[in-house]
Design a protein around this ligand. Structure first.
Ligand code: MOS
Length: 734
């Protein structure tokens, strides 16, 4: 049987994207649009005393200036502002709600005008008086006041005692700075106002139904009154999981003006949203002299805002990844006068595993053991935090295939022992781990007599390739060619979907499609078997498959009924089925993806310039639905890992409590010249337990471990250990 699942398939939305036919939230055309521009607070903490909008209102073309004083009503309870992804504890930010300033560049007014340039110019004329309060945005200054939260897994054994008696120890403190998502597409909303007060909100988001619920809750509207649409998303990486303030402001404005409104954030304003929290990670490892781990303690001190407790699992990976009898974790939050942090690709793991994997490298040095050997010596077949086996775990094979592709066996152990002309050469490695989650998701299939199927689900495609994998799965399940499938997604009116995040969407939506296709097969079989003299008259449901537009007997492929004939006999021209899949909560297994990352750096000995010349990432992530888009996911993540290691850092001026480098000119991300050879290997990993198709999902796994592999390579090249990211020339000082 022809199979699309597993084949390298180009994006079915690729042509629309490269030709510009794909329209994004900020470019939807509508008659009589008003344009918004956000006025931002210039202080980090305090309250607004007065806003003088007279000059702005005098500009020709300005329609209105909205503030907390004159806006339409909004909900008064925290509950109303808590979207699906909101932290459990806290009081979510409410845009233009009151006079309180919680972070620098907080939106405090919205200027609306007949065109974007006028709105922007007029926004610069709004004058605000503040009553300032003392602020603190410095994690290092607040670290001692950080409060422990309950999130980390339970300890086991006696970690402190095992550490004190260990034959070899390593302790270290690692720092991951705050980092901002920099998707190509700016956050944007276009609200289409209908005379009956109903709205269509074109929004940049990872979850249309999450945004729909949020908007309904904060403006006291019915689900029927708000449709949220987001067919294309130009990258988000977690920044679009929670509804962002431009969506609320655009709806607020449309309701105030009774008119359609567009609001696009500027690049600088993208730095007023959530971010990867700056985190201090303290690791202590104890081992016997043969390299057997005996103690791990991992403490994270992470940034959150004053008004919400944002926390992810940074530390628990440490006691899960390697066999170790005595482990202890703690996660503390330091409240700073910043916006609440949010998820950024592999939240928690990207930071915590960076620290763990650097610490393991340092322990290997102390033990005089090859760092790969140290990992293999402490390999764990069980997830020890919960003491359960994995649904599948081919990490050992990742190590083997990754090392072989990289040529790890030619590594000389001694730092500064490898060079290439004027450049020092360093080889480092690290392990990566992420979750293989799956969420309740629905799909609708509409199959017409001509053999075309439309498959619909409210999920987003944030650029990962969801359109394409949905079509591949549907084509296989329905026995139709790929180009007979069309996909509808990114619309709150479609069947239920969670936000697209956590790398859970591929497994979730694929199974929603599979169970729905099964219902279609059943209905077709019933129709086919009722045809007088049907070749499938004595067949049973279990005996037939959908192949090449027909319902076919598995025992005798000569016996078949076409989809068209089956529908004709039933007097119908289409079949529509909608089902959802709910995954069983299996607490007897751990579900994870794994990777082994190998990196080569070359460092100019005089200047200290670091080049990441090679990366090999070997990934075990169950069945890979589309080796082409999955490869792109991992390659993109590796590039981001290079950025995390060498470039990315949101810099704060603590005097003003303000981000200093809020632009792509000064917030550095890797460019083409920084990216060299990246090899991605997908290790075979059959998984019969996790779900019927054996899918785990990729994306986030690609970044975990990359920065550590590079940091370890830098040490190997130079003999200098830099624990604070990013590793810049000033820190290296050769
Ligand atoms: Mo991802 S950080 O869950 O979008």
């Amino acid at each position: 049987m022809a199979s699309y699942i597993g084949t390298p398939t180009s994006r079915i939305d690729g042509l629309a994207k490269v030709t510009g036919a794909a329209k994004y939230a900020g470019e939807i055309e509508a008659p009589n649009l008003a344009y918004g521009s956000v006025v931002a607070s210039t202080v980090a903490k305090g309250r607004i005393v007065s806003i003088d909008m007279s000059q702005a209102l005098n500009v020709s073309g300005v329609i209105a200036v909205l503030t907390h004083k004159n806006r339409p009503p909004m909900a008064r309870t925290d509950r109303a502002y808590m979207d699906d992804i909101a932290p459990e504890r806290g009081s979510p930010f409410r845009p233009l709600y009151d006079d309180k300033i919680r972070f620098s560049r907080q939106p405090i007014a919205l200027v609306l005008a007949e065109d974007e340039e006028t709105a922007r110019y007029a926004a610069s004329l709004v004058r605000v008086d503040y009553e300032e309060e003392a602020h603190d945005t410095d994690l290092h200054r607040q670290r001692d006041g950080a409060k422990a939260i309950k999130t980390p897994p339970k300890p086991r054994g006696k970690a402190d005692k095992a550490l004190s008696t260990a034959e070899v120890r390593h302790q270290g403190e690692y720092y991951i700075p705050p980092e901002h998502h920099n998707p190509m597409e700016l956050f944007a909303s276009t609200v289409i106002w209908n005379e009956d007060g109903k709205l269509t909100l074109y929004d940049k988001t990872q979850g249309v139904q999450n945004v729909q619920r949020y908007i309904c809750n904060i403006f006291n509207m019915d689900a029927d009154d708000v449709r949220v649409v987001s067919p294309y998303v130009g990258g988000a990486f977690g920044s679009g999981l929670r509804p962002q303030y431009q969506a609320a402001l655009a709806v607020l404005a449309a309701r105030a003006l009774r008119r359609s409104v567009r609001l696009v954030l500027r690049r600088q304003q993208m730095y007023t949203l959530g971010f990867r929290p700056g985190t201090i990670e303290r690791l202590a490892l104890g081992a016997r002299s043969d390299g057997t781990l005996d103690a791990i303690t991992h403490e994270a001190i992470a940034t959150t805002s004053r008004y919400e407790d944002f926390a992810r699992n940074d530390t628990g990976w440490s006691g899960a990844l390697y066999k170790c009898a005595n482990t202890k974790y703690s996660h503390k939050l330091a409240k700073l006068d910043l916006a609440t942090p949010c998820d950024m690709r592999a939240p928690g793991a990207a930071s915590g595993v960076y620290a763990l994997e650097c610490a393991m490298d340092e322990l290997a040095v102390a033990l005089k053991l090859d760092p790969l050997q140290l990992r293999i010596r402490n390999y764990s077949e069980l997830e020890q935090n919960d003491n359960v086996p994995y649904t599948s775990k081919q990490l050992r094979e990742c190590y083997r295939q990754g090392a072989e592709a990289f040529g790890w066996d030619k590594r000389k152990a001694e730092p500064r022992s490898m060079r290439d002309g004027r450049e020092l050469v360093g080889w480092g490695m690290a392990t990566g781990v992420w979750e293989a989650l799956q969420m309740k998701t629905a799909a609708r299939i509409t199959l017409t007599a001509n053999g075309h199927a439309e498959v619909a689900c409210a999920t987003s495609d944030i650029g990962t390739g969801t359109y394409t994998i949905m079509a591949q799965v549907a084509a296989d399940m329905l026995g139709l060619p790929l180009d007979s499938i069309s996909i509808k997604l990114g619309d709150s009116s479609l069947p239920q979907s969670p936000v697209e995040g956590g790398s859970w969407m591929a497994a979730s939506v694929s199974h929603a499609i599979a169970v729905t296709a099964e219902a279609v097969r059943k209905q077709l079989f019933n129709l086919a078997s009722k045809i007088p003299g049907s070749p499938l008259g004595d067949a049973r449901l279990d005996d037939v498959s959908l192949v090449e537009g027909k319902i076919v007997s598995r025992r005798d492929p000569g016996r078949a009924v076409s989809i068209a004939d089956a529908m004709r006999s039933g007097g119908i021209d289409r079949i529509e089925q909608e089902k959802f899949t709910n995954f069983k909560d299996d607490s007897r297994h751990a579900r994870n993806t794994h990777s082994a990352v190998f990196a080569e750096v070359k460092i100019d000995e005089q200047i200290g310039v670091i080049r990441v010349t090679r990366v090999v990432s070997a990934v075990a992530a169950g069945r890979i639905l589309n080796t082409k888009t999955a490869h792109s996911q991992i390659m993109g993540s590796v590039v981001w890992g290079i950025g995390m290691a060498l470039h990315e850092e949101t810099l704060l001026d603590h005097n003003f409590g303000r981000i200093m480098n809020a632009s792509l000119g000064e917030y550095h991300v890797p460019v083409n010249a920084d990216v060299h050879d990246i090899k991605v290997i997908f290790v075979d990993e059959q998984d019969d337990i996790i779900n019927p198709l054996g899918i785990k999902g990729v994306g986030e796994i690609g970044i975990v471990g990359v920065a550590a592999a590079i940091a370890n390579a830098v040490y190997h090249a130079t003999g200098k250990r830099i624990r604070d990211l990013p590793i810049t020339l000033d820190k290296l000082q050769l």
